[in-house]
Each structure stands twice: as C-alpha cells, then as structure tokens.
Design a protein. Structure first.
Length: 329
C-alpha cells in the first residue's frame, strides 16, 4: 500500500518510546548522564513505570543517534558528548519528565483514525497484543482502547470471539442507518422537554452561518453540525438505554470527520444543511412530531450519500500497513 497523505491525522501526544528517548537524550546532552555511564533496559523501564518494549525502542534510537553505544555484556554506555552533539536537533522538546497520560485516552484518537481510514476498503481484524506493542503500552491500556472502540460501534467480535472492524459495505451502511432512523426520532421527542434555554437558537445560528458559506465550508464545520443535532441534542432524551442503543449504531457519525475531510467536493453544496434547517425550524416552531418525521427522512436520505463518499475514498485514498490491523479474508 502507498504512503498516506501528509495531513493524515496523528495522535495527540508523542509515543512513549519517543518521550523516553528525548528524556534520556536531554540528560546526556546536559551532562546529567556522564560519558561511560551504563544504561540498563530493565532499570529504565522500572524508573519510568512502563514496559520494556518502548524502553528498548528508545535505547535503539539513542544508539542510532550516537548518544549511546552497546556495552560489553548487557546494556549500553553513554558516548562522549562530542560524538553525539549533532543528535540534539533530533530530540523533541527537551522534555525532562515523562507524560504519564499513557492511557487509552492518549492513543485512542490515532487508533480510531487508523481504523476509519481502512474500513472503506474491507473488514479488518484487530489484535490487542499487537496494538499494545505498536504503541508501547500495556495490554490493559490496549483493552481499554478496544472497549471504547466497541462502545463507539467501530469494532465487534466475530463468532470466534476475535475483534474486527466491519467494512463499510452498502449493506452495513444501510443497516446502521435503518437503526438510526428507528431510534433517533424517538429520542428527539424525549429530548424536547429537557432542552436548555437557548440551545436551539445557538444551533440555528451556527447552521445559518454554515449555509451562508455552503460552497466553502470544510469538514470540521460539517462534523460539528452533525454532532450538535445527533449527539448533543439527543443526549437530553434522559433515557440511557435508548442512548446506548443509538451510540452503538452511530459509528458512521464517528467516521464523518474523516469522510467529510476526504470528500469535500462530492456535492456542490452539502445536502444535509437544508435538511437540518427543516428539522430546527420545526423544533423552534413547536412542531415536534413534524421535526421527528423530518429527522427520520433526513437519516433515510443520508444513507446513499455516505455510500457515495465511501466509494470515492476507495478511489482516492490509500493507506500503509499497520501492525495491529490485518485485512480479514
């Protein structure tokens, strides 16, 4: 597979091995670790409270930069500063402490984007063990990431209890949207009595601004408008079981920030804007049953548009291989 485009999203924080590399490298360049000082993988892993895999990667990177070299027996020794001074530019921000937020939140968005980028092309098996190794985190953290992915409707278990991300086939997209047009209109009616004052006015103003620049708005704005209607507003329904069922079938809503970014010119003007306008107008006029019917029609109309977006991505977007995802046969 070819290299992804340079604006492909990345995680919100450096990976653990890069952080450890920068910390140790900074210690060496500042003289905290003198030439000849010994470094042991196990000792460093214990110091930082991480597994040995990211520690091993960090030490290998420092060796490649000339800051350390293999010691006789086990471990490494710090090189003379002059030998590795050019490596200073290759270090990150010169951090001296580890970002201990190495939890599922730190890597989740990157994992989510890697999956969304691929499910247009097929179904993918997901390995918790490979995921943990890829990011240098524990199996517990990897398990938390997968649990969140399942909650968001992006992965599920097959008959053999193995995790996989189902392909965005027309049938799968149709099934997801059918569940949404059965559930979301009901949630809308339950949410109406609980809406905070001013929420509909704010949503209406944001939508008007988007419609006024419909030919130029980007995927981020479209994604925000979808979130306002289908997530924030419906969350006021007060029925947890109903909202859990809705969330399970909103995996395509999760994927919209990717789909909209890669297909901004598929339609001359985004078709859902006037559909949202009709729903909000009916809510503002107190015509709640009509608004519920408009929401159902909007979701029924959206299914074919998503299929068109996915088809376009198949032709224009290419991904590289990644260790924790394997194309299902």
């Amino acid at each position: 597979m070819t290299q992804p485009r340079q604006d492909h999203p990345v995680g919100p924080a450096p990976r653990l091995h890069a952080q450890v590399r920068d910390i140790i490298g900074t210690r060496i360049l500042q003289g905290v670790l003198a030439p000849g000082a010994r470094l042991q993988e196990s000792h460093l892993a214990a110091e930082f409270g991480i597994s040995r895999a990211p520690t091993r990667q960090a030490l290998s990177a420092l060796e490649a930069q000339g800051l350390i070299s293999k010691a006789e027996g086990r471990g490494y020794v710090v090189s003379e500063i002059a030998d590795g001074i050019a490596a200073a530019d290759e270090l990150g921000s010169g951090a001296t402490t580890l970002d201990v937020s190495a939890s599922w939140e730190r890597i989740y968005l990157e994992v989510e984007n890697e999956i969304i980028a691929r499910i247009s092309f097929g179904s993918w098996r997901l390995s918790e063990m490979a995921l943990a190794s890829h990011y240098g985190v524990s199996r517990t953290v990897a398990r938390d990431v997968v649990g969140r992915l399942q909650q968001r409707g992006l992965v599920r278990k097959d008959d053999g209890a193995r995790w996989y991300a189902p392909a965005l086939t027309p049938d799968h997209i149709g099934e997801l949207y059918e569940m949404r047009w059965l559930l979301e209109p009901a949630a809308l009616l339950k949410a109406v009595p609980n809406l905070p004052q001013g929420l509909l006015d704010t949503m209406s103003a944001d939508l008007d601004a988007a419609i006024a620049s419909a030919d130029t708005i980007g995927g981020d704005v479209l994604d925000t408008l979808e979130d306002q209607l289908h997530v924030r507003l419906l969350a006021f329904c007060g029925q947890n079981t109903l909202m859990q069922a809705i969330t399970q079938h909103q995996s395509l809503l999760v994927a919209h920030h990717f789909l909209y970014r890669w297909t901004p010119k598929l339609f001359r003007s985004e078709p859902f804007l006037p559909e949202h306008r009709e729903i909000l107008d009916r809510l503002l006029a107190g015509r709640f049953e009509d608004a519920s019917r408009s929401l159902k029609w909007h979701l029924q109309s959206s299914s074919d548009r998503v299929i068109a977006r996915v088809d376009l991505i198949k032709d224009e977007f290419h991904t590289e291989g990644i260790s924790f995802l394997t194309l299902a046969k």
